[in-house]
Design a protein around this ligand. Structure first.
Ligand SMILES: Nc1ncnc2c1ncn2[C@@H]1O[C@H](COP(=O)(O)OP(=O)(O)OP(=O)(O)O)[C@@H](O)[C@H]1O
Length: 990
């Protein structure tokens, strides 16, 4: 056993340092968290941890640790926040306890008053503060300091007989002058156990007072031992009392809870019947709630449907507008065609371009129309799906609970799809608006071109009119020529006819002349014959015949003249004839020309007629076009106005643009880069498009699957609907029967409730009485706690001197050990075994103080008997408990930090194993030293678990033939172990 060096006489600085250390370790024991709150402190105080820690510090061997400083800081910070009077670090440094104690008491008082308001609270301090309220801290401290326990060493009412502990604890001349026998009486554990707590506290107080007054702070060793024993006993009592209070508290708590639960059960029974009756109602209301939820969802769907329908109508309107535009374009196309026919190759290129543009526009519009139709179809599909969904929701109303999850999922999916479609449609709508704007611009452009065309048409018309005028002039000229030619021809014909008539007349005259001449010739011939006849006859006749002959010669000459003239006339006739023929030929040729001209004229008339018709048609068209033109002009005016506004905005924007030209340049560069990015993005878009298409296909397949599932689900729901209708009927029937049953039950329950209410009232009365009892108990506890507080003060005052006393104690302990001897030897004499002869005993005398006299019958005289002295001798009748009682303080010393070794020695069969271990299959009563020591070790370490953490270890070794073997180790061989040998040795380290 190792002993500590006795300390020198404690000086004031040492005592102060010890006090500081003690306080620090006290606060360390509190184990407050870094951010200590009111609740933490309250819990610490309410659980008695603070008080326990304070008391624990009184125990010997407590370790002091400077690490408690943090806890001191936290503690002070927490109590400062609470407004409780605190202490300064300087107080601790000086070892001043009053400020600290005031603080702790104020804290206790604060929490006690708070906790006292809560009757259900079972905390330690709640019970102690049931009356009085908060008191002044200084007054309290004063009361504690001036308590009778502090002033009186013990209560004179204790004790009666000579061995009464009260008498023992009431020395006449102080403890220092106490005789040895009295002192050993005091040291007896039975005396301490039988003494009242106040006496023990009085002992501590008076010892300390005495040591301070008489011995200048020095305490004799044996008194220090006594003090230590007394403090251990006080600690034990406080801990057991705390345990009792805790148990009682738990018991009361359990009883209160039991009563509370019974009251609750009764109240529940009272309210349960109506609750059960209204249970079904609640369920129905729950279903109603579900239906309301579904109605809300349906309303949402309807709103969505209305919105979609509106969008659809807008789309239809747009389509109509597009169709109108297409119609207008067709009309325009017809117009252009007409113009094309009219104008011919005049503006062929332009018309071709326009036609191409028109074709492109028509194709684009057709595509847009197809897209719109496609979107409308999609919308219709969505609406159809939503209708289906609505239908399904209607169907699901019947089996809401089963299909709720799937409906929600589908709804979410549909809503998501709907949102996607709406977003897509909005995008497309925006695109369409942009396209329409572009088309409007194109229309404006087309109108301009149309105006150009109209202008050209006017020019063409003017030219046409000019040409018509020319043709008419030409026709007039041709008519004039023709008339002139006809006149000339007629003149020539009349002239020729008159000439012919003259010629014919001349010819007739010539012929008459010729005929006359012939007649004359004939007459001349006849006259010649007659003259010749008459010549012969008459001479006269000869003269006349000469005359007549002259006349004949003249006539012959005339005849020849006439002949020549005829010949000339014939020649002239022939020439006239030839000229006539030529003229006829000329006339015929002219006639042909005239015919041609007439044909031409007729053709020209036809052409003119056609041109007039065309002109009329053109005029009509022109009128229609003029109307359109006016419309267009109006539109144009509007457009111009818009254009003007746009122009003004454009000018403004152009100004802005000019100001931002540089930015634009930058933007252009950015645009180029963006174009590249867009190109890349387009490529990505195409890739995404492909992916999207693939996904669309997948989605379509999925949609088909989902449709199938929906169909199956609808079938299932139909079946479920049938089932549910059946169930509903059954439920209605069962509900009716249940209602009747519950009505009957209500009557029974009402009766039962009446009874139970009576019982509850009785129970309430009893609970009131229990509460009163509890309050009485609380009062008692408070009184006890008040006493404890007083004791605490006393203990505190004792604790101030504790460390000095502890040092003295250690010194005294060493002295006792020296006096007793570090090695104590006890002798135990085992009883005779059944087969042994009791008469052959050699034990002559067993003394109280360890004397043993043995007799040796074989020898005589002085050697016949032999005296031995041990620390104590246990006779054959000594029990295991009696043996261990003498060893027990050593076990406690082990836990106080001293080294102890206990071992048994003796010959074979002398009872070593019996003493150390006990018999085989020993009961608790028969346990040997080992069992009891270990039991004590565990119990004490368990009791001290809040303050000291012990580590217990066991080692088993065998010493045989001077060889040590570890019996618990794995290395040693177990072969040679003697089964008869039981090692009776153990060590314990703490
Ligand atoms: N105090 C006792 N009361 C009753 N019986 C006892 C007592 N002491 C010893 N015995 C009995 O005596 C016998 C021998 O005792 P034990 O085995 O303890 O001796 P031992 O000293 O351990 O012997 P060994 O050294 O051979 O192991 C046992 O049967 C035991 O029950």
């Amino acid at each position: 056993m190792s002993l500590r060096e006795p300390n020198a006489a404690p000086d004031p600085s040492r005592r102060r340092a010890d006090a500081v250390g003690w306080l620090r370790s006290l606060f360390l024991d509190l184990t407050l968290p870094p951010e200590a709150t009111d609740d933490d402190l309250r819990a610490a105080v309410a659980n008695g941890r603070l008080l326990c820690a304070l008391l624990r510090r009184l125990l010997p061997g407590a370790l002091l640790d400077d690490a408690a400083t943090d806890n001191v800081g936290r503690f002070r910070a927490a109590i400062q926040r609470m407004g409780v009077p605190t202490f300064s670090a300087y107080d601790l440094e000086r070892g001043e306890m009053s400020a600290v104690v005031t603080c702790i008491l104020a804290l206790k008082d604060r929490f006690s008053s708070r906790l006292g308001e809560d009757h259900r609270s079972s905390s330690f301090l709640t019970r102690c503060e049931s009356e009085g309220g908060r008191r002044n801290m200084e007054g309290k401290l004063q009361r504690v300091l001036t308590s009778p326990i502090m002033s009186e060493p013990y209560s004179p009412s204790f004790g009666g007989d000579a061995y009464s502990p009260s008498q023992v604890f009431q020395p006449k001349h102080g403890y220092s002058d106490l005789p040895g026998s009295k002192f050993s009486e005091l040291m007896k554990s039975s005396s301490l156990e039988n003494s009242p707590t106040q006496s023990l506290l009085g002992v501590v107080n008076s010892i300390l007072d005495e040591s301070i007054e008489r011995k200048n702070g020095q305490i004799p060793y044996r008194i220090a031992c006594l003090l230590r024993k007394v403090i251990v006993e006080i600690e034990r009592r406080i801990s057991t009392q705390a345990g009792h209070i805790r148990n009682q508290n738990n018991l009361i708590k359990a009883r209160e809870e039991k009563y509370q639960s019974r009251i609750r059960v009764l109240e529940a029974l009272a309210g349960g019947a109506s609750g059960q009756i209204h249970g079904e109602k609640d369920k129905l209301e729950g279903k109603g709630q579900l239906v309301e939820d579904d109605m809300a969802r349906l309303m949402q769907y309807e709103e969505d449907l209305v919105r979609l329908m509106k969008e659809k109508e807008d789309m239809v309107m747009l389509l109509k507008e597009k169709e109108d535009m297409i119609r207008l374009l067709k009309e325009k196309e017809d117009m252009v065609r007409l113009l094309k026919e009219d104008v011919g190759d005049l503006n062929n290129d332009k018309v071709q371009r326009l036609l191409k543009e028109r074709d492109a526009t028509v194709v684009r519009l057709t595509q847009e129309k197809e897209d719109m139709i496609r979107m409308l179809k999609e919308k219709e599909d969505i609406i159809r799906l939503m209708n289906d969904k609505e239908h399904m929701v209607d169907m699901k109303d019947v089996a809401v609970e089963d299909t709720q999850c799937t409906t929600d999922e589908n709804k979410d999916r549909l809503l998501k799809e709907k949102d996607d479609v709406v977003v897509r449609l909005t995008k497309e709508k925006n695109e369409i608006v942009v396209q329409l704007t572009k088309e409007k611009e194109a229309m404006v452009r087309l109108l301009k071109e149309k105006e150009d065309i109209i202008r050209l048409m006017k020019e063409k018309e003017d030219r046409l009119n000019l040409a018509i005028h020319k043709i008419e002039d030409r026709k007039q000229a041709i008519d004039d020529d023709r008339d002139r030619l006809i006149k000339e021809n007629n003149d020539a014909l009349s002239k020729l006819t008159s000439e012919k008539a003259e010629i014919v007349k001349l010819l007739q005259e010539k012929e008459n002349l010729i005929r006359l001449m012939k007649e004359k010739e004939d007459k001349s011939d006849l006259k010649k014959g007659y003259v010749e006849d008459t010549k012969h006859s008459t001479g006269e006749e000869a003269d006349r015949s000469i005359k007549e002959k002259g006349e004949i010669i003249r006539l012959t000459k005339e005849k020849e003249d006439y002949r020549n003239t005829i010949m000339n006339l014939k020649q002239e006739f022939e020439s006239l004839r030839s000229s006539y023929e030529e003229r006829c030929k000329l006339l015929e040729s002219k006639k042909e020309d005239v015919v041609k001209l007439v044909a031409d004229k007729e053709m020209n008339d036809n052409i003119v007629l056609q041109l007039r018709q065309q002109l009329e048609a053109t005029k009509k068209f022109h009128e229609a076009e003029t109307k359109e033109k006016e419309d267009y002009r109006n539109i144009n005016m509007k457009l111009k106005q818009e254009f003007e506004s746009l122009r003004s905005s454009y000018e403004e924007s152009s100004k802005l643009l000019e100001s931002k030209k540089e930015d634009v340049v930058k933007l252009v560069t950015d645009k180029e880069t963006n174009d590249n990015i867009i190109l890349q993005l387009r490529q990505e878009l195409e890739a995404t498009k492909k992916l999207h298409e693939a996904e669309t296909q997948q989605l379509e397949t999925k949609a088909a699957k989902v449709n199938k599932e929906f169909e199956q689900r609808i079938k299932e729901i139909e079946l479920m609907l049938e089932d549910s209708t059946k169930r509903r009927r059954e439920l209605e029937e069962s509900t009716e029967s249940r209602i009747q049953f519950w009505k009957q039950k209500e009557i029974v329950v009402n009766k039962f409730v009446g009874l139970q209410v009576k019982n509850a009232q009785e129970l309430r009365l009893s609970s009131v009485s229990v509460r009163l009892e509890i309050q009485n108990c609380q009062k008692r506890w408070f009184e006890e706690l008040a006493g404890l507080g007083q004791n605490l003060k006393m203990v505190t005052s004792a604790a101030e001197k504790y460390h000095a006393t502890l040092a003295d104690n250690r010194k005294l302990f060493n002295e006792i050990q020296e006096l007793k001897g570090n090695i104590r030897v006890y002798c135990r004499i085992r009883p005779f075994r059944p087969w042994e002869d009791e008469k052959s005993t050699s034990v002559e005398y067993i003394g109280e103080n360890g004397e043993l006299v043995l007799s040796n019958p074989t020898k005589k005289g002085k050697e016949a008997g032999k005296n031995f002295t041990f620390n104590k001798v246990f006779g054959p009748t000594a029990t295991q408990d009696m043996v261990f009682n003498d060893i027990r303080p050593l076990i406690r010393s082990v836990l106080d930090g001293y080294n102890v070794c206990i071992f048994a020695y003796g010959q074979t069969g002398s009872g070593k194993t019996h003493t150390m271990m006990g018999p085989e299959n020993a009961t608790e009563k028969e346990w040997g030293v080992n069992y009891r020591a270990l039991n004590d070790l565990f119990n004490i370490s368990h009791d001290r678990r809040d303050t000291i953490k012990y580590e217990l270890g066991v080692q088993m070794v065998e010493i045989y033939n001077e060889q040590i073997r570890d019996l618990l180790g794995t290395g040693g061989s177990q072969k040679n172990r003697d089964p008869e040998y039981h090692p009776a040795q153990w060590t314990c380290s703490s």
